[in-house]
Design a protein around this ligand. Sequence first.
Ligand code: MOS
Length: 730
Amino acid sequence: MTAHVKMDAPDRRNRLDAMAQGVIGEPLDRSEGALKVSGKAVYAHEWPVEGLCHAVLVRAAISRGTVTRIDKAPVEAMDGVLAVIDDDRLLRNPAQGTANKAPVQGPRKIFYIGQPLAVVVAESFEQARHAAQQLVVETEAADAVLDPEAETLEHERPKGKQTSQGDLDQAMGAAAFSIDEVYRTPGHSSAPMEPHAAIASWDGDRLTVRASCQMLKYNRNELADALGIKPENVRILAPYVGGGFGSKLGIAHDAVAASIAARAVGRPVALALSRRQVFETTMRRSESRQRVRLAADAEGRLTGIGHAALVSQLPGEKFSEPVTQATHFLYAAKNREIVHEIVRLNLTCAGSVRAPGEAIGMTVLETAMDELAIKAGIDPVELRKRNIPETDPEGDKPFSSHMLASALDRGAKLFDWQRRNPVPRSTRDGEWLIGLGMSSAARVNMLAEAEAIVTLSAGGVRIESDMTDIGTGTYTVLAQVAAEMLGQPMQSVTTVLGDTDLPPGPGSGGSWGASSTGSAVFAACEDIRKCLAEKLGCVEEELTLKDGHAVTANRRVPLAELLADGPISVRGVIEPGKTSKEVRQSTFGAFFAEVAVNEVTAEVRVRRMLGVFAAGRILNAKTARSQCLGGMTFGIGMALTEELIHDPRTGAIVNRDFAEYHLPVNADVPQLEVDFLEERDPWASPIQAKGIGELGISGAAASINNAIFNACGVRVRDYPATLDKILAGL
Ligand code: MOS
């Protein structure tokens, strides 16, 4: 049986609220948590596979050029070496997650430092690594393009991303208050805890790859495309993934190379990237240059918004960081000029990293809004509230729901925002200057096509999908949806994920995983409930399911009895429909931060930080909160330390490990507070839930940067706000 739901109309029934089990929304622990902390959850590189050998990539050491010769023979003769492979399929950049085709970048051409050129296979990892280091690759270098702001570069403007409405120049000229500033954000690395790794094995023409991937449905097609084989012959297994942050949306080089190597040597091959290789070879977030123009009348009402973003990418790649994504709808203003430009560089492929677009676009827009608030002498919270649009300012669509004002009010109250003195340098604690700052949060909401099979049997419930859990809580949240709908205690629900032999899920990306897969599970459960009601001779709405029992009118029947003639199994399918076009859907929130800036050293300490978020129905208050804590922690990094640095002479990434690439650690992160607003968004999904994974970073860094200005009067427009930049202004 199949339950197919197309999201063509809002679902206002709030069915999950009418159920009796009482587990939906509860802050339940992760069902797989004990496996993970005890080391029993098996990650990609840990599978015990018989006859395994090991492969190590050999990569380009120049940013641009051609491979002229690879001297394979001496390495092939080394101890333990099974093969040295320089297949052209290794060189292509894998796809970005939802595309099936990888761009073809030409045989033997080098486009960036770290591009795979060959793979060495040996009995042991140590032999493979040693041999890979000995392989001589001769190349002919060409002039690389490394500076995104070089004046000679062509600026591409992709269609569909530009807005030109009214007359911004005129609005700027007539404004009572205005801002026209250029901001910069650096490149970032996804930096998942688990490096990319794959074990590939062939059985005839059938390939099985155990890998660390976010979106198996797409990854299977991408891997097939990269290898030139049929998708039906590819199986990917990824039951546990140690974080992806975008870098595992698309199939990565490790899986492609391991598959090619395993075919060549006729044995299973494991290939794990080193930390340095993850930095150089997988992908990066593009740096950005963003010019923001804001024009406001005497009351602080925006009359004009200009946001022009410049990002970079490798030649031939389709993706580019959608920096201005939220600027299109966040604030009202009649005159709008939104520009998105791309330059082509010889740097590692640019991809999606943690809220591509909003993470850096909202951060810059919200820094500019703070500057405008100060110029206009209007409280920053109030300024934002005055500019919330009634409908989508670029087309009059209604919003599915709009919780920005509520989030701002709630945050201001919880954070005691009224304590803030708007005059910089007015609050002090010894040699520390104290400041408060805030910013709005927004992230577009998306529903993705998803399938899951739910089976109710006398023994309990089983959920199956190729959906992944990348550390987000998918296992637990899906089980909560089914437990609630089918009246089961949590321990009676088994969730099986991460296997392309199972129904295709939406994957973990774009914050759509829980709401989309949860909707597929919900659709299946509704049909199972109908079957049960039929057996009992009642209507589904009158059926109460709780603790493995069905209750209707004055009867209470164990489900095991109703299922005596066999289990009920339904395939739930959710498909996005008209609601994704008829209304503008976004999640909203607000960040508030208190920082201390040392007047002598310019060191910044985040003392307190609050995030208030509205993301529709919260399916699990603990896993959702953890997502937001993670996002806010990224925000601290973006504001203060996180920065991918390329050597301007060679394009080499200088800080390619966790010692030099500064992500926030425990000592950098104070007690963070997360508050959710009660919301049901009927347009977003049949479970009224929206995406939450990326909202917590979308604008977060601005609250910290704005607090730095409030503390010490120094405005940093070049992220991150490192000591040198602040010290220069003190
Ligand atoms: Mo996300 S950056 O869509 O994994």
